[in-house]
Design a protein around this ligand. Structure first.
Ligand code: ATP
Length: 199
């Protein structure tokens, strides 16, 4: 599985629809300071479901939408699509090409899509669990992250290893199952109360 290309529209410094193609292997993005190199990784993080404005280097949601310049009007929404080659089937979905899209409007309203079908953020999170690429994955190492990992507390470092080993998915499913079990137990108690009152 690898990223084939990226389509960015209205996200941060990308005013016009921009398509960035990646080949298998190493791609280096070079350019002068402030030209938007890091905005590309921000776009990837964001489309993968990142919620932390700090990690996206923004102070408010609107900072993610192209703010306009002297010559160009601001945009009303931001949209990022990542096209994955999934011919090796690493993503648990029955398609050789997988596209995930995230859209944000100035009103704060957000939309998510998997292969152009509207979905929830949770669906994107689950799709990338243990792929190493999800929001909590370790494949995006930003400036300062290496220091953070070295200085991390044992438990934080343990979580990085857990994701790398592919355990996170099972822990997540276990927590989901426990939550459902708790809800069912509460519903049973409520039903017992109703039955008791009716008797
Ligand atoms: P460096 O090499 O210094 O790390 P870089 O190439 O990684 O820089 P970025 O940090 O990706 O550059 O981009 C910074 C640019 O993006 C700045 O010029 C900033 O004005 C612009 N920018 C960020 N958010 C927006 C926005 N919402 N609207 C318009 N431009 C934006």
């Amino acid at each position: 599985m690898y990223i084939k290309w990226l389509e960015i529209y209205g996200f941060k410094s990308f005013c016009e629809k921009t398509r960035i193609e990646f080949q298998k292997g190493i791609t280096a993005i070079v350019g002068p300071n402030g030209c938007g190199k890091s905005n590309i990784t921000d776009a990837i993080r964001w489309a993968l479901g990142e919620q932390s404005l700090k990690l996206l280097r923004a102070s408010k949601l609107e900072d993610l939408i192209f703010a306009g310049t002297e010559k160009r009007r601001s945009q009303g929404f931001a949209e990022v699509s990542i096209y994955f080659d999934n011919s090796d089937g690493k993503l648990p979905i029955d398609f050789e090409e997988v596209v995930i899209t995230r859209r944000l409007f100035r009103s704060g309203e957000s939309e998510f899509f998997i292969n152009k079908t509207a979905c929830r953020l949770k669906d994107i999170y689950e799709l990338f669990l243990d792929s190493g690429l999800g929001k909590d994955g370790y494949s995006i190492i930003s400036q300062g992250r290496v220091d953070e990992i070295i200085n991390a507390r044992p438990f934080e470092r343990y979580k990085i290893f857990e994701e790398a080993c592919g355990i996170t998915k099972y822990k997540y499913r276990k927590e989901e199952a426990e939550r459902k079990l708790k809800n069912t137990h509460e519903n049973i108690l409520r039903l017992q109360d109703v039955i008791f009152e009716l008797k």
